[in-house]
Design a protein around this ligand. Structure first.
Ligand code: ARG
Length: 476
């Protein structure tokens, strides 16, 4: 079986090194089920159109099923002499059914075959990744729901800024992953186009029915141009861009998990099942899953850049360079799948230290903005109120106090407008509760967002009106 299917015009054997260098079978064997499905659809179409006989069609389709099972069972050696999965299958077909098998490749080429296979593969994987993102979002929304009354410090520049609900923080990630799902749904539109029948580059003179093949393989449409059909890889690049964004989001989340689980922060504890130990330091519990999540981001960016670079400057139509699309894609798909999957468990099993988050939010004058807003409500301009409050903060720091710990007398030194109600005004609960602007951290807004997310995720969340509402005055 070493005679190449294309050997007719050659007089010399292919050099062994060349076989090794050009073979893709080592990785494209992964497309077996899609290649077989594509071939079966193609053969059915050929028979329907009278390009081959119905009997031949039935025999070939039966043999393709046998070949699939043979390769799946692992008994077939995937030698480089077969070059790729398409040629291995065709060789096996001829072995199985004789000369009749040589009819299968009528009116198609490997160029359109591989384009079809990747589209079928990526369609499945994209749907799977969307499903995993759903799972991750569910885990996140459940954590947000479970901890709806937890107040934490919100940060800018990684400096404590203003108190926020922990649920609000998690729901920010919900929004990111929701956009990621939408992006993948959008990618699917361009993945889901059927190229088989482009026949190398120019189309074919045989009376093929591409719409029928599309129907058999559940594609809503076929490629509009045969040259584009064999040379387009935009749909992979789009997927890889979406994948890069997902990994970036996961990496940001991972970074927070790592920070939050340090002694210095102590906001959460990662479960034992999602951490690892040290070979030398007995006390260690390391956030390796989160660190690898952050670390694996780079290889997915790498895949995107690799394919963009491969495509740059490629003349139409098919060039063997295009074979280099598969390994980066497979690696990105596998990385993404494994990373989202493990993060579902990581998220579902974090233990939230509400007390610690709250105590941290109480240190660092996080409600100084509220003090300024208080003065504005009493008639001061915001810029002036900012400056007055800034002076109060400076004074408090000198006294080793929080602004909330200043006496009324001390307060009055900065503005006569500051009255006894300022103390309630700058409490954590009040600060959070009054931020009712759209998308704000007020419990009423966060509960609305939770309820909306629950509907989108098909989650049955119990959200009574007073569920976990932080105590304190309602907004003025
Ligand atoms: N292994 C090839 C690839 O992955 C399949 C198409 C080969 N076509 C060709 N004319 N050499 O791109």
């Amino acid at each position: 079986m070493t005679n190449k299917l294309w050997a007719g015009r050659f007089s010399e054997r292919t050099d062994k090194l060349v076989e090794e260098f050009t073979a893709s079978i080592g990785f494209d064997a992964r497309l077996l089920e899609y290649d077989i499905a594509g071939s079966i659809a193609h053969v059915r179409m050929l028979a329907k159109q009278g390009i081959i006989s119905g009997d031949d069609g039935v025999t070939i389709m039966g043999a393709l099923g046998v070949i699939k099972r043979k390769i799946e069972r692992g008994g077939v050696e995937l030698g480089v002499e077969y070059e790729d999965i398409h040629m291995l299958i065709e060789k096996m077909l001829v072995e199985e059914v004789g000369e009749m098998g040589e009819k299968m490749h009528t009116a198609r080429s490997r160029n359109d075959q591989i384009a079809l296979d990747i589209r079928l593969f990526l369609r499945d994987k994209t749907k799977e990744i969307i499903r995993l993102l759903f799972e991750l979002s569910r885990a996140m929304v459940l954590q947000a729901h479970k901890n709806i009354d937890v107040i934490m410090p919100g940060y800018t520049h990684l400096q404590r800024a203003q108190p926020v609900l922990f649920a609000h923080h998690l729901l920010a990630y919900y929004e990111m992953f929701k956009r990621d799902r939408e992006r993948l749904e959008d990618c699917l539109k361009r993945i889901n186009v059927m190229p088989l029948g482009s026949a190398a580059l120019a189309g074919t003179s045989f009376p093929i029915d591409m719409d029928y093949v599309a129907e058999l393989l559940d594609f809503p449409k076929i490629v509009a141009n045969s040259m584009d059909g064999v040379s387009d890889r935009d749909f992979i690049i789009e997927f890889l861009s979406a994948a890069a964004l997902i990994m970036m989001h996961l990496s940001r989340l991972a970074e927070e998990m790592i920070l939050w689980s340090t002694y210095e922060f102590g906001f959460i504890e990662l479960s034992d099942a999602y951490t690892t130990g040290s070979s030398i330091m007995p006390q260690k519990k390391n956030s390796d899953v989160a660190e690898l999540t952050r670390g694996k981001c780079g290889r997915v960016y790498g895949s995107l850049i690799a394919l963009l670079t491969t495509m740059k400057g490629l003349p139409l139509t098919y060039n063997r360079d295009l074979q280099e699309d598969k390994e980066p894609l497979f690696d990105a798909v596998d990385t993404l799948t494994a990373t989202i999957n493990v993060n579902c468990g990581l998220m579902a099993n974090i233990k939230v230290n509400a007390q610690r988050m709250r105590e941290t939010a109480q240190i660092g004058h996080l409600t100084a903005t509220d003090m300024a807003d208080y003065l504005v409500r009493k008639g001061m301009t915001f810029r002036r109120a900012h400056s007055v409050t800034g002076s109060a903060v400076k004074y408090a720091i000198q006294q080793g106090k929080e602004i909330a710990e200043l006496t009324l007398e001390e307060m009055k030194k900065f503005s006569e407008m500051l009255d006894v109600d300022i103390f309630n005004y700058i409490s954590l609960e009040r600060s959070v509760t009054i931020r009712t602007s759209p998308g704000g951290t007020a419990p009423v807004r966060v509960k609305e967002a939770l309820a909306k997310a629950a509907v989108e995720l098909n989650l049955d969340l119990l959200l009574p009106a007073d569920c976990g509402r932080p105590t304190g005055d309602s907004p003025a």
